[in-house]
Design a protein around this ligand. Structure first.
Ligand code: SAH
Ligand code: SF4
Ligand code: F3S
Length: 440
């Protein structure tokens, strides 16, 4: 039987990137499908979607419109919506776009080979059950070639922040076994990967129920098992940013001291309405523990502007917290009401122009801080893991420091290869990147 071609297009967070690799692994293992890397020639186009903000979903509708052209040139093309939007919208997606014949939620990818096959006859199919146990720990993901790998160690979220759709699209928290994680990471090392990022919606809530192993203990085991690999993790929740975790990071050189720790708002009143479970003081106390424990570290965060009832005073407290902490980077968003969440029942009372204004102030401040921080890097030498040519000029390559800073350096004649470690002296910088020369 000739195999059919599947093209998976991924939107959203790193977890979605990883899930696409899991799904590709499941489909290839069934021996009925080939994964291809462009929509041309596909028998199936599956779009792995994100629902976190309204804009994320608008992007998908636009993409669906655009995909109509492929259907014109290939009558039996099947288009599927998978991932978070599939879970949130369920069968309603069928009525939003006649192109969509398949809907698969994040916990149902094992059913994909059969669902795809059945849909060829023109029937539509849907699978959106959430699971309390699915971790895909026995599935071999089909990774893109490279030096950095994703590895989800836990899935789902129990926090129910009032604005957030993720607990509804991803279900309850569950963790993979330590044994399966160690096995896969050792395999990654044997396959030549130089870096692994442990993923979870709340990665530091990881807990192996059988072995009674928490996240810091897991990190310790991973760090020992693959001493030559860089280990990263994302995203942490401030409530689980324990002393034990910070101390463990300090203990091992190969655990990268880059911490992404969303604070969302600097106002205790708003944090409470957001159901974040911590105060501004708790957050700052955790930052101070990081600052006093780790010699070198970098910090990034997520911030939401314009949550319902947010006053100028609340907003100023957000700016103030940013000033206090001096984050290296931030992902900054306008509040977007999501149907089904608790906050959706509150009146979205901050006018659009005020949200935009506050978001712009937040972005401007962060750019200024990033720029100033990166200026301080000039003259320093960093060990950079070589990744790939930069987008602008092919002789300029990019890589990352342990602290996750992007470094651009000259690589004429491709003297340095992907996966090499080089020492780069930083010569210039802007708010997003460091630019330097390889030290010889
Ligand atoms: N804990 C998660 C967060 C996922 S969502 C993780 O592991 O990544 C990523 C970020 O999107 C959140 O931290 C929050 O800042 C933002 N976000 C989530 N819901 C939002 C909404 N309704 N409107 C605006 N931003 C939102
Ligand atoms: Fe969403 Fe909050 Fe869970 Fe993060 S911790 S995924 S923001 S509910
Ligand atoms: Fe989006 Fe789902 Fe990730 S909603 S942010 S793709 S968990």
């Amino acid at each position: 039987m000739t195999k059919q071609n599947v093209y998976i297009e991924t939107y959203g967070c790193q977890m979605n990137e990883y899930d696409s690799e899991i799904l590709a692994g499941i489909l290839t293992k069934s021996e009925k499908y080939n994964i291809i890397h462009q929509p041309e020639g596909a028998d199936y186009i599956l779009i792995n979607t994100c629902s976190v903000r309204e804009n994320a979903e608008i992007t998908i509708y636009n993409r669906l419109n655009h995909l109509k052209q492929y259907k014109k040139s290939k009558k039996n093309l099947v288009v599927g919506i998978i991932g978070c939007m599939a879970e949130r919208m369920r069968k309603d997606i069928f009525s939003k776009s006649e192109l969509v014949k398949i809907v698969i939620g994040p916990d149902e990818y094992r059913l994909a080979p059969d669902i795809l096959q059945n849909s060829m006859a023109g029937n539509s199919a849907i699978a959106v059950r959430l699971s309390r146990v699915e971790t895909y720990e026995d599935i071999q993901p089909l990774r893109k070639e490279g030096i950095s790998a994703w590895l989800a160690i836990m899935r789902g979220c129990n926090h129910f922040c009032s604005y957030c759709i993720v607990p509804y699209t991803r279900g309850r928290e569950r963790s993979r076994s330590v044994r399966s994680i160690l096995q896969e990471i050792e395999q990654l090392q044997n396959d030549g990967f130089k870096e692994v990022t442990l993923l979870g919606q709340n990665v530091n809530s990881y807990f192996d129920q059988d072995e009674k192993i928490n996240f810091p203990q897991l990190l310790r085991r991973v760090a020992k098992a693959v001493a030559n690999m860089r280990i990263r993790y994302v995203t942490s929740h401030p409530l689980d940013m324990s002393d034990e975790l910070i101390d463990t990071m300090n203990e091992f050189d190969n655990i990268c001291n880059y911490i992404h720790l969303p604070f969302q708002s600097g106002s205790n009143r708003i944090l409470n309405l957001m159901n974040r479970g911590y105060t501004r003081e708790h957050y700052l106390e955790r930052i101070s523990k990081i600052q006093t424990t780790l010699n070198e570290f970098s910090l990034s965060t997520d911030i939401i502007a314009g949550f319902p009832t947010e006053t100028d005073e609340d907003h100023n407290q957000t700016l103030e917290l940013m000033q206090d902490v001096q984050f290296d980077g931030a992902f900054m968003f306008k509040y977007s009401p999501r149907e089904g969440t608790k906050a959706y029942k509150m009146i979205d009372d901050i006018p659009e122009e005020v949200k935009v204004q506050r978001l712009n102030e937040i972005i401007e401040l962060q750019n200024k801080i990033s720029k100033e921080k990166n200026k301080l890097e000039i003259g320093k030498i960093y060990e950079v893991l070589v990744e790939k040519p930069s987008k602008k000029k092919p002789q300029e390559w990019m890589g990352r420091t342990k602290l996750n800073k992007v470094v651009i350096f000259d690589n004429t004649d491709e003297k340095y290869q992907t996966g090499d470690l080089v020492n780069v002296t930083i010569k210039r910088s802007n708010s997003a990147t460091l630019i330097g020369d390889v030290a010889v």
